[in-house]
Design a binder for this molecule. Structure first.
Ligand code: M6R
Length: 613
């Protein structure tokens, strides 16, 4: 986690850094800080709390500087506090550094430094690494900070993206990356450094994505990239395909609600140029170019975390149904540490909004080393997972800034459905009629999502009614079982209400013990193969006085009779229903969150992109 920003050039660095930190705050927001270098004076300011707290503290401070670095933190080592906030200063005070990641062997290095007489002012691994670099720097003949950094990085294990500045070098930021993202924006006589492109986009569209084990020496007029072996690498310049408006709130109160309401257009963008229902075809270069590999897969393993894992679960149902290929869905964090059997002929589908989730990334690296073919379904263009994949398809949902994933999820579902349909069509495991019917259904989805959003107010009212519940249960069957999990996750994340998602039929094997007159139970009970069965499950809850909230299909006359509250969605094929059923659950969570006064874009303890394991 953590967001990092750096600037060197003719502008005043502080406003660039501050604005950048605000854009990166979704990555962590327990403390923040800046280091500004001016006339040989290195000033470090840091503060517990959000970036706004830092901004307030900076009023009246000396802000003059044309080079600086800034950090917004998600705590790993050491509680959120002023002293654990970044930047950290070296013992001599000459160096300042910010870091995103975890130095796993920091305790060992710390002990070595303690033995040498070092003392530490924070509990962080970052301060240890910085003093380790300084210690090497003070003892090497060349006196080169860059060389000291290279030597230090060869000793450390873990993940890092670091930015380092030296009081005696008024123009240079030295950066290094392994496992945590770093983008460098190339301006005219200036450079911008950040964890993602959002702090850079308004100044330049030309960027370089730094790779693992690379070091960047960045001056206003010069960018040198090297590997840890001190060999120069030619920077590969990419043009950003992103507009500033996409990362601003555009009149909405929160990013989360903006992103929920963007879904008709983000799903449309995802389908656009790929799905042509009139012509009866789907064109996806990443799939078409590897169709034999995908079609002949002995098994598909889906690796992801959180909401992306839920998209993987929906895909399991769809791919097995349509393509008749066995599918396993794995939490990336488990996959990476167990000893999974990955055979030749297996395909791994990686799903990630950010493309930077450490658990997913490392799991994929491991699978790739074992010869697996990786198909990435990623939202963030140019991200690490996108680059690591052998093939893939972007979700095209645009930047997702709210910590709770919403539009990225529906984009993932849309891509997964198109992938499954393409494989099934090629493999002839689907009839032409069913294939065409599903293409037509998918094409109509943006309109149906828009129709659901028109009734958002009903969910606000429901949220007011249930906001004080201490627990929620979400139940669904078949394609909607993963949506029950997703509904529970959303509610937990942004309302802090304990919630559990279960297959509706599994409820009687344990969770039913929780049911009483205080428990809201959300049923996803659209018209499908299981409708009668889920009605029986509702009866079971009703008999125990649980409060039933149901998400149902227009025209269903049975469920309303059993429900305290219900919300209808337009009729849709059961296979595609998850794209619609999740929308009311996103809205319900959002409205409960705001009714409880929670900062839904930055809920406690969370960060958007989990770049630590
Ligand atoms: O960027 P990713 O899709 O790889 O992120 C995975 C999870 O960290 C993410 O989905 C998380 O669960 C969200 N906060 C859910 O809203």
């Amino acid at each position: 986690m953590c967001g990092i920003v750096g600037y060197t050039g003719p502008r005043q660095a502080y406003p660039v850094i501050l604005k950048g930190l605000k854009r990166l705050e979704y990555r962590g927001y327990d403390s923040s800080g800046v280091a500004l270098l001016h006339n040989g004076q290195l000033n470090v300011y840091k503060k517990k709390g959000k970036v706004a707290d830092l901004e307030e503290m900076m009023i009246g401070k000396s802000l003059e500087a044309t080079i600086g670095i800034g950090h917004t933190r998600w705590a790993t080592h050491g509680e959120p506090s002023d002293r654990n906030a970044h930047p950290h200063s070296s013992k001599s005070g000459r160096l300042a550094m910010i870091h995103n990641g975890i130095i796993e062997n920091y305790a060992l290095i710390k002990q070595e430094l303690l033995n040498k007489g070092y003392s530490f002012t924070s509990d962080t691994d970052t301060e240890v690494l910085l003093n380790f670099i300084e210690d090497i720097h003070q003892h090497i003949e060349s006196g080169s900070l860059e060389e000291a950094l290279r030597i230090a990085l060869k000793r450390v294990s873990g993940a890092y993206c670091i930015l380092l500045i030296d009081q005696n070098d008024p123009e240079t930021i030295i950066a290094a990356r392994k496992g945590s993202p770093l983008v460098i924006g190339i301006g005219k006589g200036e450079h911008f450094l950040a964890s993602d492109a959002s702090p850079i986009i308004e100044y330049t569209k030309e960027v370089v994505y730094v790779n693992d084990y690379e070091l960047a020496i960045v001056k206003p007029d010069e960018l040198i990239l090297k590997n840890l072996g001190n060999e120069k690498i030619t920077p590969f310049i990419t043009k950003l395909d992103m507009e500033l408006a996409a990362i601003e709130k555009g009149g909405y109160e929160h990013f989360m609600i903006k992103e929920i309401f963007e879904q008709p257009s983000t799903i449309y963008d995802c389908l656009r140029g790929r799905l042509d229902a009139a012509a009866g075809m789907i064109r996806m270069a990443g799939v078409d170019n590897h169709i034999e590999q995908l079609t002949n897969a002995n098994r598909i393993m889906i690796v992801a975390c959180g909401t992306s894992w839920h998209a993987g679960l929906v895909a399991e149902y769809i791919i097995e149904e349509l393509c008749r290929i066995p599918v396993e869905v794995e939490y990336a964090s488990e996959f990476r540490y167990r000893n999974p059997i990955v055979n030749k002929g297996d395909v791994i589908i990686a799903i990630s909004q950010s493309g930077e989730t450490a658990d997913t990334l490392v799991a994929l690296e491991k699978a790739k080393e074992n010869g697996a073919f990786i198909f990435g379904i990623v939202n963030a263009v140019g991200s690490s997972i996108a680059r690591l994949s052998n093939a893939g398809a972007y979700t095209h949902a645009g930047p997702e800034i709210g910590v709770a994933s919403t539009k990225a999820f529906t984009g993932q579902l849309a891509v997964l459905m198109m992938v499954a349909l393409t494989i099934a069509h090629h493999k002839k495991t689907i009839t032409q009629e069913r294939y065409q019917a599903l293409l037509n259904e998918l094409q109509d989805i943006p309109e149906k999502v828009a129709a659901i959003l028109k009734n958002a107010e009903a969910l606000r009212k429901m949220a007011d009614k249930y906001k004080d519940a201490s627990d929620f249960l979400f139940l669904g069957r078949g394609y909607n079982f993963p949506i029950a999990l997703e509904g529970a996750l959303k509610l937990k994340e942004i309302s802090y209400i304990h919630a559990e998602g279960y297959p509706a039929a599994e409820m009687k094997h344990g969770p039913i013990a929780l049911v009483d007159e205080n428990l809201p139970v959300v049923f996803i009970a659209t018209n499908d193969l299981y409708h009668e069965k889920i009605i029986s499950n509702m009866q079971e809850i009703k008999a125990r006085k649980g409060k039933i909230i149901s998400i149902i299909t227009e025209g269903d006359t049975t469920s309303p009779k059993l429900s305290h509250d219900y919300f209808t969605i337009p009729p849709v094929d059961e296979l595609i229903a998850p794209i619609l059923t999740v929308i009311p659950l996103q809205l319900l969570s959002y409205y409960v969150g705001i009714a409880k006064g929670i900062d839904v874009d930055k809920p406690r303890n969370l960060a958007k992109s989990v770049t630590v394991e």
